[in-house]
Ligand binder design. Structure first.
Ligand code: ZN
Length: 463
């Protein structure tokens, strides 16, 4: 067998992901099932829970994956079509050894992939590379496993509701974007107070209305229009597999993941102060300060949902959130990123806080942030470039003003900037935040100079 027998490009940092029938074929799924069981045979895996999102390619990919697992002598519990957090829930509630989700998450409709949990921990980074090596060697274990199908939707919904509330009597618009959350959300809203309108709840892998990625403004047009025409109080949107949330306030503002995390930490910190709340390295200073003002300890982590899930366990933090909209509750929930549970906790928090979400946002200082700027660079060079920027920054800044856990984040008198290497693309990511627009421009000029010094030239239009 050649190295091309299965494309290495699909074995990424946080998950396995590719373009269907270009880099990801049905037989890849079979070998991923076989390889995963063989690689972990020492861990004595008895059964694996499987779930799939609503993409057109997901049924056949899931079927091949199941076949690969069964032919390795491992049992499968197939929970059908649903959101990724429902699979994480299955991993806990069914007490299986591993769980594999077939999902393309928020990516284009011809993409698909796998998110894997092993013994309730994310399977990522080096382990994903080991899986690739194992498949390439083709030394597979063989056996005969048993397939069980199990519908856990009602169990999931009743646990979601048992562990959240009380809820306010609000008018809420929910946008499932024809992703895998539709069926669950339609059932959940019937069981909570308030008036609810659910948009695009029919699971449809063609995503005929808009793409299910709530961090992109153009995907929120329907939700915002409905908020206005219905005179609703809150808008909630999900990505294709329900592990990322977009919360839109009454006045049509998308609340960024860091501020949403700070908002959600209020009642948790009221119960017990000095608890650790985790934010990713792209988060704003005002989110950090806001957590501190609520008597919490803000901990900055590397970006990446797998890394944050590990950090939340390591620190036993009650809550973590990423700018991308992955929010992780360990307070009364299981520490994984569940946008449906987050939506319910958001309603609970609105009920808890006097001024609701808008009142909280009003208390924050004004600031100006750049969008997330992507600068393409060669995959093999990106980490070297970051090392060079680190060396330059260490010459120009006090060590106490630098955070070097994931790229370079520097605090200056007029704000902060971040340059990091993307873990998912051949690109550098730049963000900056300042108190005035003029100062933000100054910060970005500084960043541009650093990038020029390390040999990146084609940045003029982006920054
Ligand atoms: Zn997702």
């Amino acid at each position: 067998m050649t190295e091309n027998f299965i494309s290495k490009s699909i074995f990424r940092e946080y998950d396995i992901r590719g373009i269907v029938n270009e880099t990801l074929f049905q037989n890849c799924a079979y070998f991923i099932g076989k390889g995963f069981c063989s690689l972990n045979k020492e861990k004595k895996i008895d059964s694996i829970a499987i779930c799939r999102d609503g993409r057109l390619s997901s049924p056949e990919i899931s079927e091949a994956l199941v076949k690969g697992i069964l032919e390795s002598g491992v049992n499968v519990i197939d929970i059908g079509c649903g959101p990724t957090p429902m699979l994480y829930f299955a991993s806990v509630s069914l007490q299986v050894d591993a769980a594999i989700m077939v999902t393309g998450s928020h990516n284009p409709k011809n993409h698909n992939g796998f998110k894997i949990v092993l013994k309730n921990k994310s399977f990522y980074g080096k382990k994903i590379q080991q899986l690739y090596q194992c498949i390439n060697k083709q030394k597979f274990q063989n056996g005969v496993g048993k397939l069980i199908t199990k519908d856990i939707k009602d169990d999931y919904i009743s646990d979601l509701l048992k562990r959240s509330g009380p809820f306010p009597n609000l008018k809420v618009i929910w946008d499932c974007g024809n992703g895998a959350t539709g069926e669950i959300i339609s059932k959940v809203v019937k069981k909570i107070p308030g008036k609810h309108k659910v948009l695009f709840d029919k699971i449809d892998g063609n995503f005929p209305n808009h793409h299910p990625d709530p961090t992109i403004e153009k995907n929120l047009i329907h939700l915002k229009n409905s908020l206005k025409t219905e005179r609703a109080d809150l808008g909630i949107s999900f990505d294709g597999d329900g592990d990322r949330i977009g919360v839109v306030s009454k006045d049509s503002n998308l609340i960024s993941g860091d501020l949403l995390t700070s908002f959600l930490s209020g009642s948790i910190l009221k119960k017990n102060k000095d608890q650790k709340i985790i934010l990713d390295v792209k988060s704003s200073e005002k989110a950090i300060k806001s957590i501190e003002e609520q008597n919490g300890v803000a901990v900055i982590s590397k970006t990446g949902h797998s890394l944050i899930k590990e950090k939340i366990k390591e620190l036993n933090a009650p809550l973590a959130g990423e700018m991308s909209g992955h929010i992780f509750f360990n307070d009364n929930w299981y520490g994984f990123d569940d946008a449906i549970y987050t939506a319910l906790r958001c309603l609970q928090e609105i009920n808890f806080r006097k001024g609701g979400l808008e009142g909280f946002i009003e208390t924050l200082p004004k600031s100006f942030s750049s969008p997330e700027i992507r600068i393409e660079c060669k995959e093999e060079e990106k980490f070297k470039i970051i090392e060079n920027i680190k060396a330059l920054a260490l010459n120009n800044y006090d060590l106490s003003d630098l955070l070097l856990i994931d790229g370079v984040r520097a605090k200056t008198t007029i704000g902060w900037w971040l340059i990091r290497a993307s873990n998912t693309q051949a690109a550098l990511i730049v963000c900056a935040e300042s108190d005035t627009n003029e100062n933000l421009k100054q910060l970005l000029i500084k960043v541009k100079n650093y990038l020029k010094l390390v040999g990146i030239k084609e940045i003029s239009e982006k920054i």
